[in-house]
Design a protein around this ligand. Sequence first.
Ligand code: ATP
Ligand code: MG
Length: 155
Amino acid sequence: TWFDPVAFCEALVNECQTTSGRNHRWELINHLTQHKVYLDQALLQQVLLNVLSNAVKYSPAHSQITLEMRDRPGGIQFSVRDEGIGLDPQDPPRLCDLFYRGSNVGTTPGTGLGLAIAKRCLDLCGGEISFENLPEGGLRVAIALPFHKTLQSSR
Ligand code: ATP
Ligand code: MG
């Protein structure tokens, strides 16, 4: 369906904020040149909720989480940036493997399924996910999603 990605992300952020029980400073930055996008909402929600909940889980309360949206040829890119522990550079690049949990998690609970689910969702629609430790600390997760090809031209 067509929907407003900004309103959609605001709702997701509110959901994360209320369910996490921890206060973060949320920032939503929109660089998109269009007001409506055509994507599978349920799929996008599944992906973003997993990534946002990780940002909440692996960063201290009251730190900032930034969700950015920008145009990308034939699609859209979301990026989620936190000020948390980041990845252990010694860990293998297996974040999206089933049940994989990094050595950075300490006592933070989890099943290691969140990113495996997100990755499989993205595989279904030709999307991609990548991870990058930030020089100032924290992790940046980039999510690229193509729009539905046949509908792209009908706008
Ligand atoms: P689950 O999501 O199933 O509750 P989980 O969060 O451990 O458990 P994933 O979401 O699949 O599992 O993440 C896999 C691993 O990637 C985590 O265990 C952690 O090591 C690392 N990771 C994911 N997001 C972050 C982040 N924002 N900061 C630091 N490490 C992260
Ligand atoms: Mg997770």
